[in-house]
Write a protein that binds this ligand. Structure first.
Ligand SMILES: [Zn+2]
Length: 450
């Protein structure tokens, strides 16, 4: 019964996904006399081909999108496309910087009318990929500390605000061994070397976990976790056989403990499955999935509720979930006074990355809010409310603040303004200070953990 209600809620959330996308679409801007207009992607199908004989890979993306203004449509792909069709016509693309230099993106080099369009893009796939005689190791792992490190690192995608119904059709041409795929979508085997993966419509460019290896390259354990809403949630924990450390038993025990801790604090697990890869240093979160070292497992699974459940719509909202996760890591400490300030919420408009002050000052700010909200039971009842009501609706930080004031009946606007919208302060953004515990690896570093 509860499960049915949850399902109904999720469908209700989906019905509003398009509306939420439109209200969070970044505003257009002028670049070299061209008006760059952001689009709402409704569906994207990615044909991912691994050619094991020639040891090359490519992706063809078929995207259906909608623009509400005439101009040059924006998308992103770090890799230069080899072919682009817009509404069936061959076009070129241009890389451009946003007005204040916050980030780089790609424009379809064609003046177009507002409305529904199709975009077909082919790109070579060369990041995080390793061919061998046994098969191919490939992953689409992400980072939010450097710009353009979500799905756009590997294939054409939109900015993080946009929820897109995504499908993968993955082909392993000439594979001698079976390829295993670890992912947080629904896999169907079309034939022995072709797989279709369907992802939920609420996914964004930071949601997908995808990792393929030749069978035998990893050690795994599969089990189910009983949710408080009655679901049996399929879980897999695994690591590479070449990994020098790791115990599947410990990984399963800790995953299970954290799962129950989070369900008791924030309600039923928001995702239909759990995937945990133990690898590397620090960790990165996905919807119901993580690649993480053992010590950061709790932190990363927490992100299935805040980051990949209650989702940030842009870089200036990205600190909220890191501050909350770090606040949990330190045992939800309450602090009554706070000194200092930060600019975590007030970076330039098109900023896509997360301010690392979230892990230190942001964590203390949450402890301060917990103290301020003591008469309402602290911060955790509000967090549970957000999961219940706002899961899978990407938010701006201004909306998060408004929700908190409304839910608690205590005005917190001035606190957020003072502590997170500051400038020129001791907790200014410093992307070089990659925090040790929740350290996020670069794509180059991740290559070692395929
Ligand atoms: Zn984190």
């Amino acid at each position: 019964m509860k499960f049915l209600m949850i399902t109904a809620l999720m469908f209700a959330a989906l019905a509003f996904a398009g509306e939420n996308d439109k209200s969070h679409t970044p505003k257009s801007f002028e670049v070299s006399g061209k008006k760059a207009v952001f689009a709402d992607f409704s569906e994207a199908t990615y044909y991912i081909n691994y050619d094991l004989n020639q040891k090359i890979a490519s992706v063809k993306a078929e995207i259906i999108l909608e623009t509400t203004e005439a101009g040059f449509p924006v998308f992103d792909s770090v890799v230069a496309p080899t072919s682009v069709l817009f509404d069936g016509t061959s076009v070129t693309t241009i890389e451009a910087r946003t007005p204040n230099g916050e980030t780089t993106l790609r424009l379809v080099n064609k003046q177009t009318e507002a409305g529904s369009h199709t975009l077909t893009v082919i790109v070579p796939l060369s990041a995080l990929i390793d061919f061998s005689d046994a098969g191919v190791k490939s992953a689409f792992w992400t980072s939010d500390l450097d710009e353009r490190n979500f799905l756009e690192r590997y294939m054409p995608a939109n900015f993080e605000f946009d929820q897109v119904k995504m499908n993968f059709v993955v082909k392993f041409l000439g594979a001698k061994n079976k390829q295993v795929i670890y992912t947080n979508g629904n896999i169907t085997e079309l034939d022995s070397n072709t797989f279709k993966i369907s992802y939920p419509s609420y996914y964004t460019s930071s949601s997908i976990f995808f990792h393929t290896v030749p069978q035998g390259a990893t050690t795994e354990e599969r089990f189910t976790l009983k949710s408080i809403d009655g679901r049996d949630i399929p879980a897999v924990v695994y690591f590479s056989k070449s990994s020098w450390m790791g115990s599947l038993a410990n990984l399963k025990t800790k995953t299970t403990a954290v799962f129950h801790e989070l369900e008791s604090d924030y309600g039923p697990f928001p995702h239909p499955s759990i995937t945990v890869l133990q690898a590397g240093a620090g960790g990165m979160e996905y919807c119901g999935a993580t690649m993480t070292d053992f010590s950061a497992l709790g932190h990363e699974l927490f992100h299935s509720y805040f980051a990949r459940g209650v989702m940030p719509a842009n870089g200036n909202a990205g600190w909220v979930d890191e501050a909350l996760a770090s606040w949990r890591d330190d045992g939800y400490q309450t602090i009554s006074t706070l000194s200092g300030s930060s600019a975590m919420s007030s970076h330039e408009y098109y900023t896509r990355t997360t301010d690392t002050a979230a892990y230190s000052f942001g964590k203390r700010f949450m402890g301060y809010l917990d103290s301020k909200l003591q008469s309402k039971g602290g911060l955790k009842p509000f967090m549970r409310y957000m999961v219940d009501k706002k899961v899978f609706s990407p938010f701006y930080v201004e909306e998060f603040i408004k929700e908190m004031s409304t839910f608690t009946g205590i005005s917190v606007e001035a606190d957020f303004k003072k502590y997170t919208f500051g400038s020129g302060n001791m907790f200014a953004r410093d992307l070089k200070s990659n925090p040790a515990i929740h350290r996020k690896m670069t794509v180059k570093e991740m290559q070692n953990y395929l």
